[in-house]
Design a protein around this ligand. Structure first.
Ligand code: T1G
Ligand code: NAD
Length: 648
């Protein structure tokens, strides 16, 4: 089928766009739509037009893959105006997602109708740009300034019922979308037509209101430029005529489209879409997962059980005794109760989540589960005992997974019947929130098992990255290098607070020392002590000195920093200065940018080694690990993108 077809239904012409996979507004599609508008204007038998799309979604936006090429006419803003100026009213019939340029085309139409499940939005700022085809100029004319500010500067889509409520669409229609849209068009022909959106007014705000809005947008943007520039476009739309505002928006869009932040966000956008479906497993059959068990209901087990329930899977929680089981079930319930408190879950939904969890201390109930994820103590003996028991009771084809952070999965799986169905699934704490999932095959893991790991990630809404076996896999290995490099700077005389300030300035929510105080210095300390006990040569770290002095972080009201009880604000600690003084040689005075450039380069250097060793499949996987597992600022693209495209 061609990219666009026209079919007449009496006096209503139906334009069907078919540009898989998401009907993106490629140059060819813009030309086809322009020509359709010309043809239909000239067709005296046509009194109205319905625009809809084949496939799973309405137009999902400009074709992002064209952004690195020079824009070709017809430019999208001109196409939107052409549709708005059509002699016959166009009705956009929306299903799936009308996003970015897709929503802008829909706003060029005189009416918009959508099925209930549709979503509509202007996500351009998430790509480091602003809407480039009247999104900042028509939206405030359609839904008012307040709604436009939220839609444009945050970029979060709204569902059809909310879109109707704010005036973004004219009707929510049944699933027979084309028929409903034709009927809507017929009725509209019998009424006076509404003003084209470009002809409507925008409310005005006072200077103080704009200043407040800008401060709020800047705070939320955390270093990203596009949201602030999008607000400036909205202000222009409010304070200037339509044509001037359009020119201002276009100039802003073209400038940002070539920016470092836009390049980084685009790279992440495509990496995120490719990650859950690696080409190497495209033709590999996966196992259906309809039921699961989690062994161990502690910090991780409870989070993993919750994320499985969020995906609708029934879960059996196994603990070592009744007391621990009660604690584990309470941990899971606590997660769902937290969701209710934060307004993310209704009481009923939380109760339903919990109803799908069965607790037991016996493995007998595991005879028919499709998947078991182990999350017991980080001790090889305990884990091997668990898998020995699982090997006896589970189906031969049940996928058995370990959530270990640092143990070698090859040692855990020794002796397990059918080791081809065993794999590492490394979730990140809190497992029901963090999207990153490191998939860690052993040499014996079947391709089907690995592909099922990726299918499970899709089922759970996780961001999967395949990792080879080494200490810390990908993320924790880079974290170790990052922390060691940060401690080395402190040993050279750089202030602890300067290191954290530098990384916050770079875009992290917090620096390496604040983060350790929050998570606890003892976790890594115990891991190092375990390695030392196993005979490995692990040099003493500054963190070891603090833990041995009882300074484990906020949990002991002191770690790298001091804390006033009840107050999480880090205070530079004289006690730490005294403890570490013998280990500090020099008085290095690096600027904050020099500090962050050095530390991010260290992360990238470890990433290069990880790539060279085949632990990661591609550089963008390492960037996804850092962004989705360790808070690396998304608009920097990740350490590998930053080093390749930004570092001076
Ligand atoms: N351009 C090009 N390709 C796109 C695309 C786009 N806008 N959106 C998705 N794809 C590809 C994606 O790479 C993947 O490719 C396939 O489609 C399926 O995507 C002028 C300038 C629409 C909600 O930001 O949010 O308009 O791997 O796996 O989960 O103001 O895709 O199959 O080869 O994500 O069903 C604004 C981004 C652009 C929308 C569907 N639009 N896309 O999700 O499928 S800027 C966006 C999405 C703009 C104007 C400005 C999602 C989706 P492949 P997928 P999905
Ligand atoms: P935890 O101590 O909070 O929980 C471990 C749970 O396992 C406890 O509830 C304990 O009762 C239970 N358990 C112990 N032996 C058992 C047995 N034989 N049968 C059933 N249950 C048993 O530990 P955690 O932080 O949840 O870590 C669990 C695993 O997840 C470890 O391998 C750890 O390396 C890994 N991990 C931890 C994190 C993290 O940030 N904590 C992140 C990723 C992975």
């Amino acid at each position: 089928m061609s990219i666009l077809a026209i079919e007449n239904h009496g006096n209503i012409a139906v334009v069907t766009v078919d540009n898989p996979p998401v009907n993106a507004l490629s140059h060819a599609l813009r030309e086809a739509l322009w020509n359709a508008a010309e043809r239909l204007d000239a067709d005296s038998g046509v009194e109205a037009v319905v625009l809809h799309c084949a496939g799973r979604t309405f137009i999902a936006g400009a074709d992002v893959s064209e952004f690195s090429k020079p824009p070709m006419p017809p430019h999208l803003p001109d196409l939107v105006t052409r549709i708005e100026q059509a002699k016959k009213p166009w009705v956009a019939a929306i299903h799936g997602s009308a996003l970015g340029g897709g929503l802008e085309v829909a706003m060029g139409c005189r009416f918009r109708v959508a099925v209930k499940s549709a979503s509509l939005g202007l996500p351009e700022v998430t790509l480091g740009i602003v809407p480039g085809a009247s999104g900042t100029v028509r939206t405030p004319r359609l839904v008012g300034l307040a709604n436009a500010v939220e839609m444009v500067t945050i970029g979060k889509p709204v569902k059809a019922p909310k879109a109707l409520e704010i005036g973004l669409i004219d009707a929510v229609v049944g699933d027979d979308l084309v028929a409903e849209a034709i009927s809507f068009a017929q009725k509209a022909l019998g009424q006076p037509l509404p003003l084209p959106i470009s002809g409507r007014p925008v409310e005005k705000l006072g200077e103080a209101e704009w200043q407040k809005l800008e401060a709020d947008v800047k705070k939320r943007a955390k270093g990203e430029v596009a949201p602030v520039r999008a607000l400036a476009c909205l202000r222009k739309a409010s304070e200037s005529d339509f044509v001037s505002a359009m020119a201002f928006e276009r100039e802003t869009f073209l400038e940002l489209r070539g920016s470092e932040q836009a390049a980084a966000l685009r790279a992440v956008f495509f990496a995120e879409r490719a990650a859950p479906r690696p080409a190497r497993y495209k033709d590999v059959e996966t196992r259906a997962i309809h039921s699961a068990a989690v062994i161990g209901g502690g910090t991780m087990g409870a989070g993993i059980a919750a994320t499985l329930r969020d995906a609708g899977l029934p879960v059996i929680l196994i603990e070592r005794d009744e007391e621990a089981l009660a604690r584990g079930l309470a941990n899971i319930k606590g997660i769902f109760d937290g969701g209710v408190k934060r307004g993310k879950l209704t009481e009923e939904a939380a109760a339903d989540r919990m109803a799908g969890v069965t607790g037991s201390t016996s493995y007998d109930s595991l005879g028919d589960v499709d998947l078991v994820i182990e999350a017991v103590f980080e001790e090889i003996g305990v884990k091997r005992d668990v898998f020995a028991r699982l090997g006896k009771v589970c189906r031969e084809d049940a996928i058995l997974a370990t959530n270990t952070s640092y143990l070698d999965p090859r040692l855990i799986v020794e002796g397990l019947p059918n080791p081809s169905r065993f794999i590492g699934l490394h979730f990140f704490s809190p497992a029901n929130i963090m999207r990153l999932l490191e998939i860690v095959p052993t040499p014996e893991s079947a391709k089907e098992t690995i592909a099922t790991g990726f299918a499970l990630a899709r089922q759970l809404g996780k961001m999967p990255v395949e990792a080879g076996i080494c200490e810390g896999f990908i993320g924790n290995r880079i974290l170790k290098r990052y922390r060691a490099a940060a401690e080395a700077l402190v040993r050279q005389g750089v202030a602890i607070a300067d290191v954290d300030a530098a990384m916050r300035r770079f875009g992290f929510a917090m620096g390496p020392f604040e983060a350790q105080d929050l998570g606890g210095l003892d976790i890594a300390f115990l891991q190092r002590e375990g390695a030392r006990a196993a005979g490995q040569d692990v040099p003493e770290t500054l963190g070891d000195i603090l833990v041995r002095a009882g300074r484990k972080g906020q949990k002991t009201s002191g770690g790298w920093y001091d804390y006033v009880p009840g107050n999480r604000t880090p205070q530079p600690s004289p006690a730490v200065a005294e403890l570490l003084a013998p280990h500090i040689q020099g008085s290095s005075s690096m600027t904050l940018d020099e500090i962050s450039e050095h530390l991010v380069s260290e992360m990238a250097a470890e990433g290069e080694a990880i790539l060279a060793e085949g632990i990661a499949q591609q550089a963008s996987d390492i960037d996804l690990v850092e962004i989705h597992g360790y808070g690396f600022p998304r608009w920097r693209g990740g350490p590998m993108h930053w080093k390749a495209h930004v570092k001076k």
